[in-house]
Design a protein around this ligand. Structure first.
Ligand SMILES: *Cc1c(COP(=O)(O)O)cnc(C)c1O
Length: 396
C-alpha cells in the first residue's frame, strides 16, 4: 500500500472486508487464520517477563489476547469509529463486563425505559447483590433525563431503537448530557449495527453489541463486543474481561469476521425488505400499531432519519384481535421461523411478553410499551414477495 493510499479514508464496506488482517506474508492465506491455541511460546525467558510486565508487545495466553480475535477487534473498532474494541463470548458478557468496570457499590445507573431482557436481569443482580441502584427513564425528552440524574449517577445506559418498541433516543442529546454531568454514556447498538448508526460520532463514550445479531448475521454464533477509547477498553481488558474471563473463542472470531465482511450489503437488504413489509402490515385490516422507524406514521421518524443511515430490519406490531390471534398467526407461518434472536439472514418472529421479555415484571413491561399481544419480526434478506406472501397467508 503506498503512503498516499494509507492516508486516504476508506469507505465502510472496504473496511468491513479488509480492516484488521493483511494476507499473512509467510503463507499468503487470504482468509484470516484461526489461531486455535491457548498459549504462546516465548522466544526467551526474558521476553516472557517483559510481556507480563507490559514492556513488550506480544501474545501471552488467549484469555489476554489472540491474533484471530485481535483481527476482529480492529475491524469492529474501525467500523464504529472507536479507538479500540474488545470481543466477548456473548453480548451479555460484553454488557456485564463494561457495567461492572464502571460502577462500584453505592453508584447509580440511569437506563432507558425499555431494555434487552437480560440486561434488565443483570441490573437486578447489581442492585440485589452489590448495592448498585438503577432507574428506568423515558429518555425522549431532556427534562425527564435531567430530573433522574443523581449525585451518584455514574452511567447512562441506553438502547436506541429500543427493543422491541423501536422508540428512538437522541444520541447527540445523550452524548451532551453525559459530558455536562461527567457521566459515562453506554449505547447498545445491536439493533442498528455500525453500518446504520455510530453512537461515538454523537459524543457517546462506549458502544456495546450483541454480535450474535447483525454483526454475525447468519445465526451461527453467540458473541459480543465493546468499543470506545483505548484507555477505557484497556481498563476493561485487564480487569473485568481478564478476571471474569468471558472471552471470545478464535473460531467464533473467525466466523464473525466472515459475517462482518458482508454487513453493509446485508443491512441495505434488511432495511429495504423491512420497509416494504412494514408498509404491507400497516395497510392490512387485521394489523394494528405497526412500529417501524421508516414509516411516515412513526412518531419519531424525523429523529430516526437524522441519526440513522437507514431504518434496519426490525418491526413490531399487534393484531387487532389480540394475543391469541397473534400466536395463532405465528403458528401458521411457513417461511418465517418462530425464534428469538434477530439480525439473521433468515426472517425470525417472536412474542416478547412470553419470550425475550418474560423476565421483566408485567407492570414494568407494560410501562416499556410492550403489550401482551405485541409481536416482533426480524426481517431477513429473502425475496420480499415471499416474506409478504407468508405473512398474508398466515393472517388470512
Ligand atoms: C441479543 C441482545 C443482547 C444480548 O446478547 P447475547 O449475544 O445474546 O448475549 C443484548 N442487547 C440486545 C439489544 C440484544 O438484542
Amino acid at each position: 500500500m503506498s503512503s498516499k493510499e494509507s492516508n486516504r479514508e476508506q469507505g465502510f464496506q472496504t473496511l468491513a472486508v479488509h480492516k484488521g488482517y493483511k494476507p499473512d506474508p509467510l503463507t499468503g492465506s487470504l482468509a484470516l487464520p484461526i489461531h486455535q491455541t491457548s498459549t504462546f511460546v516465548f522466544p526467551s525467558a526474558e521476553t516472557g517477563g517483559r510481556r507480563f510486565a507490559g514492556e513488550e508487545e506480544g501474545y501471552v495466553y488467549s484469555r489476554l489476547g489472540n491474533p484471530t480475535v485481535t483481527a476482529l477487534e480492529e475491524k469492529i473498532a474501525a467500523l464504529e469509529k472507536g479507538e479500540k474494541a474488545l470481543a466477548f463470548a456473548s453480548g451479555m458478557a460484553a454488557i456485564s463486563a463494561v457495567l461492572l468496570g464502571l460502577v462500584r457499590s453505592g453508584d447509580h445507573i440511569l437506563c432507558s425505559r425499555g431494555l434487552y431482557g437480560c440486561t434488565f436481569g443483570f441490573l437486578s443482580i447489581l442492585k440485589d447483590k452489590f448495592n448498585v441502584d438503577y432507574t428506568l427513564c423515558d429518555m425522549r425528552d431532556k427534562e425527564s433525563i435531567l430530573r433522574e440524574i443523581k449525585e451518584n449517577t455514574k452511567v447512562i445506559y441506553i438502547e436506541t431503537p429500543i427493543n422491541p418498541t423501536m422508540q428512538i433516543i437522541d444520541l447527540a442529546l445523550i452524548g451532551q448530557i453525559g459530558k455536562e454531568h461527567n457521566v459515562t454514556t453506554v449505547v447498545d447498538n445491536t439493533f442498528m449495527s455500525p453500518y446504520l448508526q455510530r453512537p461515538l460520532e454523537y459524543g457517546c463514550d462506549v458502544v456495546v453489541h450483541s454480535a450474535t445479531k447483525y454483526l454475525g448475521g447468519h445465526g451461527d454464533l453467540v458473541a459480543g463486543v465493546a468499543v470506545g477509547t483505548k484507555e477505557f477498553l484497556e481498563h476493561i481488558q485487564f480487569t473485568t474481561q481478564k478476571d471474569i474471563g468471558g472471552i471470545l473463542a478464535p473460531f467464533d472470531a473467525f466466523l464473525l469476521v466472515r459475517g462482518i465482511k458482508t454487513l453493509g450489503v446485508r443491512m441495505d437488504r434488511h432495511s429495504e425488505n423491512a420497509q416494504k413489509v412494514a408498509e404491507f402490515l400497516e395497510s392490512h385490516p387485521k394489523v394494528t400499531n405497526v412500529m417501524y422507524p421508516g414509516l411516515k406514521s412513526f412518531p419519531q421518524h424525523e429523529l430516526a432519519k437524522r441519526q440513522m443511515d437507514g431504518f434496519g430490519g426490525l418491526i413490531s406490531f399487534e393484531l387487532k384481535e389480540g394475543l391469541e390471534a397473534g400466536l395463532n398467526m405465528m403458528n401458521k407461518l411457513e417461511l418465517l421461523k418462530c425464534a428469538v434472536s434477530l439480525g439473521d439472514v433468515d426472517s425470525l418472529i417472536q412474542h416478547p411478553a412470553s419470550m425475550t421479555h418474560s423476565v421483566v415484571p408485567r407492570e414494568e413491561r407494560i410501562k416499556m410499551g410492550i403489550a401482551d399481544g405485541l409481536i416482533r419480526l426480524s426481517v431477513g434478506i429473502e425475496n420480499v414477495e415471499d416474506i409478504i406472501y407468508d405473512l398474508e397467508q398466515a393472517l388470512s
